[in-house]
Design a binder for this molecule. Sequence first.
Ligand code: SAH
Length: 685
Amino acid sequence: MKTFCGRANPTTGAMEWLEEDENYDYHQEIARSRYADMLHDKDRNVKYYEGIRAAVNRVKERGEKAIVLDIGTGTGLLSMMAASAGADFCYAVEVFKPMANAAVKIVEKNGFRDKIKVINKHSTEVTVGPDGDMQCRANILVTELFDTELIGEGALPTYEHAHKYLVQEGCEAVPYRATVYVQLVESKRMWSWNKLFPIHVEAEDGEKIIVSPSEMEDCPGVPSVCDIQLNQMPSSDFTVLSDVVTMFSVDFSKPVRSASTSYRVQLEPVKSGKAQIVLSWWDIDMDPSGMINCTMAPYWVKSTSTFQWRDHWMQCVYFLPNEEPVLQGEKVYLTACRDEYSVWYKVQKARGEEENKAAVHVESPVCRCQAHLLWNRPRFGQLNDQNRTCQYIKSLMKVLKTDSVCLCISDGSLLPVLAHYLGAKQLLIKTVCYFFFFKFFKANNLEDKIKIIEARPELLTSSHLEDKKISVLVGEPFFTTSLLPWHNLYFWYARTAVTSHLTSNVTVLPQSASLHMMIVEFQDLWRIRSPCGTCEGFDVQTMDDMINNSMNFRESKEAEPHPLWEYPCKSLSDPQEVLTFDFRKTVPEYSLSTEGSVNLLRKGKSHGAVLWMEYHLAAGISVNTGLMQISNEKGNCEWNPHCKQAVYFFSSVTESETLLDLPSAVTYAINFNTKTGEIAMDFKL
Ligand code: SAH
């Protein structure tokens, strides 16, 4: 069946009706899923297997039949492990239909048809009894329902229900226990993802400082977890203020309560500083003895010899509502509050016991200032990047005159404020989040200096502009709807739509943009798209086929966005400019295309091409959203830390082709369809 889905095209801004196969969503989900990454996580798999074997043995030693409940079976992997370990029967529950279907095939292919029953239901719908999904309650509970925050995928309510209705009292559980660890740190870099720092502008009439409205100062921000590859954060980017402490743990073999609660620990700061951030990760013990432990601890906590790269479980960064000065040796309380799905933190000074007891309740983080709804964490980081701001200031100084009438088209941009201080007379802005900007301008006494226009560019009228013509059109460009780097070319379409309102000699800033490309070898990221074949001896190729089928569901393979500062890679070619876009002119009718070849300069596996945009603000001034530099002769790359780059994985990764001869060049064909705003690409090794 086909359905029509309405959406705004991220590049052209046009409202389109797309004919989508009804399976489109699930293909997207599978193609972008973390199943492959989990199956490549050797450390996880080996430890689950050990834990499952031990649990089955304990049950057998008691002379009981081993009946396993595997909630969220995915490919069926953990049930197959249990069956191989001697379990008498496994109930494998999976809510996601395409996965449940795959599990049936995989179980059959591996010869476990009589031992494993796949149940395509949410575990809370599963029935027990002679006519039920399960004949009887299980005595071994196996799950892998954890996300980076541990509980974000609903592990607690699922366990709570399973203990009440699906498993026997005193059952074995794999994992047996999870423990959440925390460490208090000060980090200007991470704090810049959550608060807007004052912005300094050197204007002709002295230094101006752009400040935030007071609501932003103590706003707790949004509750969504900030999960990152903390192992890519150099130790020079944060100061440890406390030892690592255990915040709370969950015993999965006993009834679990999912209701909101809080936990409190006392910390003795090892250093004086500003408590801003709580870094957190967890480990799971697969058995009661704690001998089989799988940990997400970052590099400064555990030895590198046990290091396992994984992307499905990372580490968490929690932002305290305010920065709290702490003194070495002077104890403070750290409180973790959680509801069913998320965790948040607060630091309190250790004063009288009574006072602290009263203050334990911590309100769940709800953004009150609206800035955290307007700007996500990388965007905060970008706006706080004073070097980047300097490039905009320099270029605005070049183009602005005292009688400039300036229109800014960008989402949540502070360019109008910069432009105001740099002398533009009239300022107009088209932005999202009117109320936030109103408050922001007020905090800077600019409410009557900058006019906010709430209109789509194509609906802009001369009355919006008070019958003035625009002499300077600016944009960062940045739009919240952009996923891939080139989606910000929406600026070009908006510029085209407002053409009739521009003076004949209008200055457009940025004047142009260019798309750049480089061939890379990833240290680890390739794993997320690489087929598994077999996993711990089980044939899971059905899963590989399913992922490949979903990836090829769209006619052309697509590039995907990744923040590459978190995913080390080395360059195999020089970076190459492949397309340019001239914002001084309107979007052309014809497509822009290019083809050519890039020479490979270094030995390595060509995993894919990385693509990014550069914006040429004014003569000689650019901002780069991709490669910052190649830091050594090995080709290690440094990427813009605030942007996602586009990654196009070659079929050598997705099909696991073995390259017999190292290619010396890669040929490419790239086409920007100006009608659809889409970039299609093809590479040959
Ligand atoms: N057990 C597999 C897959 C883990 S991924 C492995 O270890 O490789 C978690 C899976 O659990 C997902 O497929 C998700 O769809 C499923 N899931 C999560 N909560 C569930 C629930 N309460 N009932 C049934 N399936 C669930």
